[in-house]
Design a protein around this ligand. Structure first.
Ligand code: HEC
Length: 193
């Protein structure tokens, strides 16, 4: 093909693209809108407020069994850690030279513990647990940290009412030269102010 023909050909392709792009504004024609079920499968985050926690629940006793079959190999018989981090202990160490950050010593919310376990554990098979199993094993981890009794039912209400020991341990950087204004919406325009 000679140069003139090649140029004409590419110009044609470009024109064709422009025409079809104008005909289909935005991303129309690419992919399709997700179904509500598809969004629900992906949209699983639970924030500290816990309002997005699912229905249903489990028990600390049920969680002990799940822990012993699915978590013990990495987190240890007494949740002391191994391949995975310790899930208990560390209270009183955060301000020391060797802070031990665990669910009991560091995590500010029980609601996000549910979120983390559901999203990421067991490590080799994330999102393989049912919500009931996640409620149960979350409850067991909290129980082993002394935050729920052995006979507790574990559901959205329970998790929202657990007061984690380090709940008030997080604060905005208060050094005078750190501009650290919390922003939850319209942050791009807020940052220009
Ligand atoms: C194959 C090993 C493995 C198994 C099995 C496993 N975990 Fe983990 N877990 C890990 C590792 C590794 C991390 C650290 C991941 C990271 O920091 O990115 C972790 C992190 C965690 C944390 C966060 C700890 C923290 O303070 O940051 C929790 C909670 C947890 N696992 C709970 C569980 C529960 C509950 C189960 C069983 C349902 C489970 N894990 C099974 C390896 C495992």
């Amino acid at each position: 093909m000679d140069a003139a023909k090649t140029t004409a050909r590419y110009a044609g392709i470009a024109l064709g693209c422009m025409l079809s792009c104008t005909a289909h504004a935005g991303y129309d024609g690419l992919g399709r809108a997700p179904t509500a079920a598809e969004i629900a499968g992906w949209n699983i985050d639970v924030d500290p407020s816990g309002t997005a926690l699912p229905k249903g629940g489990g028990t600390v006793a049920g969680g002990q069994k799940i822990y012993q079959t699915m978590c013990v190999s990495c987190h240890g018989m007494k949740l002391e850690g191994g391949l995975g981090p310790a899930l208990v202990g560390g209270q009183g160490t955060l301000a020391s030279d060797k802070p031990v950050k665990t669910v009991g010593s560091y995590w500010p919310y029980a609601t996000t513990l549910f979120d983390y376990i559901r999203r990421a554990m067991p490590f080799q098979a994330p999102q393989s647990l049912t919500n009931e199993q996640v409620y149960s094993v979350t409850g067991y981890v909290l129980h082993m940290n002394g935050l729920l009794p052995a006979d507790a039912e574990v559901n959205a209400k329970t998790l929202m009412s657990v007061k984690m020991p380090n709940r008030n341990g997080f604060y905005l950087d208060d050094r005078p030269d750190a501009r650290n204004v919390r922003c939850m919406e319209h942050c791009l325009s807020a940052s220009k102010r």
